[in-house]
Design a binder for this molecule. Sequence first.
Ligand SMILES: [Zn+2]
Length: 181
Amino acid sequence: MVEWFASVFGPGALAELASSVAAPWREELVAERPALGIIPAGWYDERLASALADAVVGAASRAMSEADALRAIGAVTVDRSLGRVSRAALEWFASPETAAISAQMFWRFYHSTGSISASVAGASMHAVGIWGVHGRRWCAIVGASSVRVLELTGCTDVRLERHTCGGGERSCEMTLRWTPR
Ligand SMILES: [Zn+2]
């Protein structure tokens, strides 16, 4: 999401964004490094990711709708990680059902805590996850990434119909729906 922000808004806006992140998370960032020193394959505290998600989506929302920003971030996040998971991804993207079955395995590529389970019924997927303390916008990026995964399985007109975030204290739930083929 940081790389996406830099590519759309430029390095100046990224440096400004870094200074807007609350301490102590600001200290984890290196303003002069690409993507603020955040390594795509690294593990990060969910609270750091949440602070960055707030800053990125908040700043982007001044230039576009929050929904458009989330959709773009979800697409970049999933597409960029395909190299990392390429072999398994072939199977993952075979259908919404295989994506649902593999949800926990792929959760681990992105998060060091928590678990998720997903099930498909007709042209909808329901997912329930419980993970570390996190912010609403970081959770929304997880939802937007799920939209992208379903698009890559061949689903069209995918939308996040319902999303409730428990912030880490309770489970988070989402229902995604698409147009049946
Ligand atoms: Zn949540």
